[in-house]
Design a protein around this ligand. Sequence first.
Ligand code: SF4
Length: 378
Amino acid sequence: MPISSPQPVSKMPMVRDFRKPSQISEIPTETASTLDAVAERFAFRANDYYLGLIDWNDPADPIRRLVIPDVAELNAWGELDVSDEAAYRAVRGLQHKYRDTALVLTAATCAAYCRYCFRKRLFMRHNDETAQDFGPASVYVAQHPEITDVLLSGGDPLVLSTARLAAIVRRFDRIPHVRTIRIGSKVPAFNPYRLLRDEALWDLVAQVTGRGTTVYLMAHFDHPRELTDMARAGIRAMQRAGAHVVNQCPIVRGVNDDAELLAELFETTTELGMPQYYVFQGRPAIGNESYVVPLVRGWRLFDAARRRCSGLSRRVRFAMSHASGKIEVLGVDDQHIYLRYHRARNAADESRIMVARRDDHANWFDDLELLEPPVPIV
Ligand code: SF4
């Protein structure tokens, strides 16, 4: 299948990886060793394509902030497993939290590392959460006919070779009750060449969709500047292969906490046929103190951004991925924050509306004081 890209495939460079901040010539030597120390604690990786998006003359450049360590990450703050994912582990590499969805942790690495990642524990030594042998995970799904949706996540499934990814996808695609396979990935932003030069990847998507299983690429663009011509071509290649594409991202301080910028992201992703699915409240994960935007401010930015958009771009929801479920923020007034379980761990909580006392310093659901008994929607 020919692709339309700003560069012929034969001329596309292999990206060069950097594993330490001190390997990046634009980082002054006097700060590089401090940043290396941060990277010793929380994994660092970036490549020349993505670093090329940074304006190094701007110390507050959002792309720089997204990928280059900040000493504030060493502050004692946040939890290692903030959404209590361990509680949903059914077999190694598989979490089963919501009835119809199995989350499969396919890889313990990413193409680069977002500094605000809530799963940074996966990139530490002694991680035993990601699957190596996908047999037990596929047997579990086969034994649970209520699971219709398999979400491949990690780490990033698109850092795996296409042969390895295909073997994983086919295991789940063979299960008759699996109707949707999702691939959660920031590779379209970090290294779009991966999507542009790999015909086997397009063939895989085309074969799976041809068999009647729907493939979603859950892309992760945080900032409109990541939507380069190359990234757009990568998205188009996946769409032409048959994948549906949506976008999701958290609000991150210094990266995208700006209503106009979020509106541009929502409108552009809609235009590209990968509408924004969720905006997440940043999770209070370890190392993330300087990246989290308080909940009320996050809501106000989200709401202001959505108001600037057309109807198609307003389908996005603002939610917290809490241990008890996906909690949507519905609104904020002078005294209250209104919330609803969009997805719930316990069936009794489904669609439950909650009202909390407004607290402009709260970052997370656990910081809130609920004012009324939850109201079930019937
Ligand atoms: S791509 Fe996803 S899993 Fe990887 S570092 Fe970024 S947020 Fe974490």
